[in-house]
Design a protein around this ligand. Structure first.
Ligand code: FE2
Length: 293
């Protein structure tokens, strides 16, 4: 069955048919998926009854895996999944839901703010692939915002202003917005800011996009309050409903998105219900800008 993609979002996002992730991909299927990502930036695959090994094999057929090491507040002996996965569930290593006031859960609530995965790493993520193993009875949608359309819709003055700007990104900044500030010295060091371009150009299509994220908390050479107000205005612009596609999860959906061209956020759901979502991530090509010495 040939691969077909149908647009489902207002200006982006496609629904894919003709891919079975339990089997190896052909070169034509790999090419169709990459071409689909270049065009739609978010691809939805339904009814993928895959285990972790099959998700890893599918991910590796598209590129190199980014490991999730030291990016959450899970201790070394508290991992539920290997580091080839980012565990974005609300479950501890014994598959029990976190207590409402568990520090690991409160840190993960940062995912409800608009962000781009791993924008806090010197080489940020390319694609994220999220597989729904179990979902709550209500809520828990993931929303996506098209940062190419958001860039295109800026006025000429703002396009000139954002060009060449460099932001500092850290999970300290995103959590600070939610009042989560009780980090240890080790965590502050581990989460120290990295630099990212504010405008990115897609290497294949040449389209420009705003590279925003709640992790962005400063602009190099700008006063902090002015930078944060400016970034807040840009996020408000970029997440207007005409740029947003909301995904309502079904078990065994796999959604893949391009972190270079989109932002996303998780929506709330009942705290005591398991939401077992497993993310594999494709590594980016390199830093978007030179890091500070
Ligand atoms: Fe995310």
């Amino acid at each position: 069955m040939p691969v077909s993609i149908r647009q489902i979002g207002p200006c982006f996002a496609g629904e894919v048919e003709g891919i079975d992730m339990t089997r190896p991909l052909s070169p034509d299927e790999v090419a169709a998926i990459h071409a689909g990502m270049d065009r739609y930036a978010v691809l939805v695959f339904h009814d993928q009854r895959i285990d972790d090994e099959q998700q890893l094999a599918f991910t590796r057929s598209l590129g190199d895996i980014e490991h999730a090491i030291g990016t959450s507040l899970r201790g070394p002996d508290e991992y539920r999944l290997p580091t080839t996965f980012a565990d974005v569930s609300n479950l501890d290593q014994h598959n029990k839901t976190f207590a409402r006031d568990d520090r690991r859960r409160l840190f993960a609530i940062g995912n409800r703010l608009w962000h781009s995965d791993s924008s806090f790493k010197p080489t940020p993520a390319k694609y994220s692939l999220l597989h729904a193993c179990s979902i709550p009875s209500k809520g828990g949608n993931t929303e996506y915002a098209d940062m190419r359309a958001a860039y295109d819709a800026l006025d000429a003055e703002t396009k000139a202003e954002v060009e060449g700007l460099v932001c500092e990104h850290s999970q300290l900044f995103s959590r600070q917005q939610l009042g989560f500030t009780d980090f240890t010295e080790e965590e502050r060091e581990r989460f120290r800011p990295v630099r990212q371009c504010l405008v990115r150009t897609h290497p294949v299509t040449g389209r420009k996009s705003l590279y925003l994220s709640s992790h962005a908390g400063a602009i190099v050479d700008w006063p902090v309050p002015e930078a944060r107000a400016f970034l807040r205005d840009l996020v408000e612009h970029a997440t207007q409903r005409q740029f947003v596609h909301a995904h309502t999860w079904r078990v065994h959906d796999l959604v893949m998105w391009d972190n270079r061209q989109t932002m996303h956020r998780a929506r709330p759901f009942p705290a005591h219900e398991p939401r077992d979502m497993r993310r594999t991530t494709l590594a980016g090509d390199g830093p978007t800008v030179a890091q500070a010495v």
